[in-house]
Design a protein around this ligand. Structure first.
Ligand code: MG
Ligand code: MG
Length: 252
């Protein structure tokens, strides 16, 4: 799937789709409470997406059974919503959501601290979010793609966390996943030159321990191999000649 540069009307389409997703995430993240199952979170997420007039784009994507991904503690990403997975006080829960609106895809993720989360785990969640912002400082036309990757990785290095390598960020538009792939780890090449009108997902996936991950037999659930907590933070952004627009982040 090639890199697509969006024209003015496509950019407007992306803005609208992404704003809807930002509103969904603001509401969904407030509702996650101990005692809910990850299926409850999925059902609520789908309801909020449909209330915005969107279609959940993860549902049936390569056979994924949920409308959103709900990943608890050592699950890095792609947690399948289940009735049997109950959220407890002290858990961290990543919700990765996307929707299609008027043909345009949006994709974003937040990790929520539920109740009394241990300080070192809370810090992992905060620094994962901070690493997104450290990376997108470089997301500007004329810079290179891997400037973003190195920005994330350099920020994370100071904490000794493990940066997941198996999964990366991506371009987005009329398709959920477009080129280019955007690693969160150090790259010793420059990558393509960034161009105004690219829309991309930057999404650090950070393990408190080692970087290695395993996949459950379901083929989806991605866990830290050492089973220590993992966090995920993602937004769809628009590359411009100046600061990037963070399309899925809606101020409350
Ligand atoms: Mg996502
Ligand atoms: Mg993504």
């Amino acid at each position: 799937m090639a890199v697509t540069i969006k024209n003015a009307s496509e950019i407007e389409g992306m803005r609208i789709s992404c704003r809807k997703l930002g509103l969904v995430l603001n509401q969904l993240t407030k509702e996650i409470k101990p005692g809910m199952s990850t299926l409850d979170v999925d059902i609520l997420g789908e309801k909020l997406i449909r209330e915005q007039g969107g279609i959940p784009n993860f549902l049936h994507y390569n056979g994924f059974p949920g409308s959103i991904c709900v990943s608890v503690n050592d699950v890095v990403v792609h947690g399948i919503p289940k009735k049997s997975t109950i959220i407890k006080d002290g858990d961290i829960v990543s919700v990765d959501c996307g929707l299609i609106y008027n043909g345009f895809h949006s994709d974003a993720a937040r990790t929520v601290c539920v109740g009394d989360v241990r300080p070192e785990v809370r810090k992992l969640v905060e620094e994962t979010k901070n690493s997104f912002f450290a990376g997108i400082k470089y997301a500007k036309a004329g810079n290179h793609l891997y400037d973003i990757s190195n920005g994330v990785a350099e920020y994370i290095d100071q904490f000794g966390y493990g940066i997941v390598r198996e999964l990366v960020g991506h371009g987005i538009g009329r398709n959920l996943h477009e080129d280019p792939a955007i690693p969160n780890y150090h790259m010793n090449k420059k990558g393509m030159k960034l161009v105004s009108g690219m829309t991309v997902c930057v999404e650090p996936m950070i393990n408190m321990g080692r970087a290695e991950v395993t996949f459950d037999d379901d083929g989806w659930t991605c866990r830290s191999e050492d089973r220590l907590p993992a966090a995920h933070y993602e937004n769809t952004i628009l590359i411009t000649d100046g600061e990037p627009e963070i399309l899925t982040l809606v101020e409350e």
